[in-house]
Design a protein around this ligand. Structure first.
Ligand SMILES: NC(=O)c1ccc[n+]([C@@H]2O[C@H](COP(=O)([O-])OP(=O)(O)OC[C@H]3O[C@@H](n4cnc5c(N)ncnc54)[C@H](O)[C@@H]3O)[C@@H](O)[C@H]2O)c1
Length: 250
């Protein structure tokens, strides 16, 4: 812990009940940060907080990131509990349907946009002022290679993640002189429970595009998030980082 380079930092991690969010929260705690886990899944949150509690200060809040009032209340609460927030990782997300545009259900389209894009706007909008007060911040958004390339039969997901890349670039420039860096990661396929909501044929399609021929792990996500959350990440903002086993070509 002596060399922990996130010592004293205060963090909100959305989607923290499981998957990438959980792995990032664990890494943050190991590196000395205190963490507020945000998620829809209350049972998952409580279980996650229990299993992480031996590593450091961890609290949780049940929040639907697609609901602005809930996000605003959670941000206020996190500010009080942690005493401020300098790190934000937006990992909450949903996959939506696997269907062509012509059959894509309107309600699922809207839900995917509400969670994957509007939700991250709400979290940034309510948490950035605390970073501005601290004169320091690091935001890491989790988009997807689908947002750069567009996966067939995943139009809402691809569009929401492309929107998130645009939001990151815009916010990064807005905050460029404030010591707050905003970056986005585009993973290819990562081995998490989210894949249970994705058709096997679609997973096979995505894997076939990856030169390394394998899924990534949540630890590999945490490695990059750890760097992007550190003081060492001081000259990179509004940037798109690939974690795609070689799939991304630009
Ligand atoms: N797994 C992959 O292959 C992959 C690839 C690229 C990008 N991503 C993205 O990475 C992020 C994390 O994915 P994961 O694989 O860890 O998924 P996951 O399904 O394991 O975890 C996502 C978490 O988000 C929470 N969540 C969903 N909707 C929410 C809402 N409205 N409010 C609050 N919390 C909500 C879920 O309860 C869950 O705990 C997502 O944004 C996902 O789109 C995943």
């Amino acid at each position: 812990m002596e060399n922990a380079h996130l010592k004293g930092r205060r963090a909100v991690v959305t989607g923290g009940a499981r998957g990438m969010g959980y792995a990032v929260a664990k890494r943050y705690l190991e590196q000395g940060a205190s963490v507020s886990l945000w998620d829809l899944d209350e049972a998952g949150l409580s279980q996650a907080a229990n299993s992480l509690s031996s590593l450091g200060t961890v609290s949780y809040q049940q929040v639907d990131v697609s609901n602005f009032d809930e996000v605003e209340a959670a941000a206020r609460q996190a500010g009080e509990t942690l005493g401020g927030v300098e790190l934000l990782v937006n990992a909450a997300g949903v996959a939506g349907a696997t269907a062509p545009v012509t059959d894509y259900p309107n309600d699922v389209w809207h839900q995917v946009m509400d969670v994957n894009l509007n939700g991250i706007f709400y979290c940034c909008k309510t948490i950035v002022p605390m970073m501005q007060s601290a004169n320091y911040g690091r935001i890491v958004n989790i988009a997807s290679i689908a947002g750069k390339e567009g996966n067939p039969n995943a139009s809402a997901y691809s569009a929401s993640k492309a929107g998130l890349i645009g939001l990151t670039k815009s916010l990064g420039k807005e905050l460029a002189t404030t010591n707050i860096c905003v970056n986005v990661i585009c993973p290819a396929v990562i081995d998490t429970e989210m894949l249970k909501d994705v058709a096997d044929t679609h997973i096979a399609y995505m894997l076939s595009k990856i030169p390394m021929g394998r899924m990534g792990s949540v630890d590999e996500i945490a490695n990059l998030v750890e760097f992007l959350s550190s003081e060492g990440c001081s000259y990179s903002t509004g940037a798109v980082y690939d974690l795609s086993g070689g799939r991304a070509t630009y």
